[in-house]
Ligand binder design. Structure first.
Ligand SMILES: [Zn+2]
Ligand SMILES: [Zn+2]
Length: 342
C-alpha cells in the first residue's frame, strides 16, 4: 500500500433526500474476503435513488454506485483469486453468504443475505472502493472502463433475462422504451437473433432505434402500439423498461401465445387484463440483475457481438449534475463517473 495515497475522495449521500457531498476519507485496507480498487468508472443508475430516498434500510452516510470498474490495488489476507493489477468490476450483487438455500442452489443473487453494492456497503462513486471478492468479475483491458460499467447493472439485467426467455431465433421481441436499459435491450435482442421492435412515445428516436439494430419502430404518437404488435402476430416477449405502469399494462393484450411480459424496472402497480393471459397462456415475469458470472457473460457477449453502451462521462465533482440529469431522463443513455479524470 506504500504507493497509495493516505486519503481519497468519495461522493456521499449523508441523509435522506440529501445531495451528494464530496468528502475526503482515510484509505481503508482490505480485510479477508475484500479487495481495494482504484475506481476507473462508476455508472449512475436510477436505483441510486434508493440511497437518496433511504429505502431498503440504507444507512447514511453512504457512497452509491453499483456499476463499478477499476484496478485492484490491494487484496485482503489469504486472497487466492484476485491480484494487484487485475482489472475488475462489480454490479448490484455485492456479495452472498454461500450457505442459504438460494446460494446452495447456485442462485447467488437471490441470497437471503445478499449484500448490494452501494446500498449495504459503499459503492463506486469514489476514487477508491472496497469490494467483496465473490462479487467481482474480470473486465477486459481492451474495453473502455466507462463502456463496461453500464453493462454491470443495466446490461446484465437485459442480457441475463433475455437469454433465459422462452424465445427462438426470429421471434418478435418488443422493447418498451429506449433509455439506459432499453438501448442495451435492443442491441442484445438483435445480437441474439430476434426480430426487434422498439416502442417509443414520439418519432424522435426513430434513427437511434435503427442504429441500435431495431427492425421496427412503433411510435405511440402515430399508432396504437398494442394494435401494431397484434398485427405482427403479437410479441413473444415484451421487455418493459420504461417505468410507466399504465403504458406497460396497455401492452399486455399484445403478447403472442405463450408470450412473456418481462418486467425489468420497478413501475408501480399494473392493471392486468386476465383474458389475454388465460387464453394466450401468457405470463408476466420479473427479473433482478444477475450473478457475477452473469455479469461476466454479459461483458463477454457484448465484446463478441459489438453491443456497446452509449455513455456520457462526468468527473466525480459533477456527480450531482450527473444524477440530476439521469433522474430527469436527459442522459443519452448512461451517465458514468470517471473519478480519476477531470
Ligand atoms: Zn442499477
Ligand atoms: Zn446466501
Amino acid at each position: 500500500m506504500s504507493s497509495l495515497p493516505k486519503t481519497y475522495k468519495a461522493a456521499e449521500i449523508q441523509a435522506v433526500k440529501g445531495k451528494f457531498v464530496i468528502v475526503e476519507r482515510p484509505l481503508p485496507e482490505p480485510k479477508e474476503g475484500e479487495v481495494l480498487i482504484k475506481t476507473l468508472a462508476s455508472g449512475v443508475c436510477h436505483s441510486d435513488m434508493v440511497v437518496v430516498e433511504g429505502w431498503f434500510g440504507v444507512q447514511h452516510p453512504r457512497v452509491p454506485g453499483h456499476e463499478v470498474v477499476g484496478d485492484v490495488v490491494a487484496v485482503g489476507p489469504h486472497e487466492k483469486r484476485w491480484h494487484v493489477g487485475d482489472r475488475v468490476g462489480a454490479g448490484w450483487h455485492g456479495g452472498h453468504c454461500g450457505v442459504c438455500k438460494s446460494c446452495l442452489r447456485g442462485s447467488f443473487n437471490t441470497c437471503t443475505s445478499q449484500l448490494i453494492t452501494g446500498l449495504g456497503a459503499d459503492g463506486g462513486h469514489a476514487e477508491y472502493a472496497l469490494l467483496r471478492t465473490e462479487s467481482l468479475l474480470s473486465i477486459p483491458r481492451d474495453m473502455d472502463p466507462a463502456d463496461a460499467a453500464p453493462l454491470l447493472c443495466a446490461g446484465v439485467t437485459v442480457f441475463a433475462s433475455l437469454r433465459k426467455a422462452d424465445l427462438y431465433p426470429g421471434d418478435l421481441v418488443a422493447v418498451q422504451g429506449l433509455g439506459g436499459l432499453g438501448h442495451l435491450a435492443v442491441q442484445y435482442a438483435r445480437a441474439m437473433g430476434y426480430k426487434v421492435a422498439a416502442l417509443s412515445q414520439s418519432s424522435a428516436k426513430a434513427d437511434l432505434a435503427k442504429d441500435l439494430g431495431a427492425h421496427l419502430y412503433i411510435d405511440a404518437s402515430k399508432e396504437d402500439q398494442c394494435d401494431a404488435l397484434k398485427k405482427l402476430g403479437g410479441a413473444k416477449v415484451i421487455v418493459a423498461v420504461a417505468p410507466d405502469a399504465k403504458a406497460i399494462s396497455s401492452l399486455i393484450p399484445a403478447l403472442a401465445v405463450d408470450g412473456t411480459l418481462l418486467l425489468l424496472a420497478a413501475s408501480g402497480d399494473l392493471m392486468v387484463p386476465t383474458g389475454p393471459l388465460i387464453f394466450g397462456r401468457a405470463k408476466i415475469q420479473g427479473w433482478p440483475t444477475g450473478t457475477p458470472q452473469d455479469e461476466q457473460d454479459t461483458v463477454e457477449f457484448a465484446q463478441l457481438a459489438g453491443v456497446k453502451a452509449y455513455v456520457e462521462k462526468f468527473p466525480l465533482a459533477q456527480i450531482q449534475e450527473a444524477y440530476d440529469k439521469m433522474m430527469g431522463n436527459k442522459v443519452r443513455f448512461r451517465a458514468v463517473i470517471t473519478p480519476h479524470s477531470q
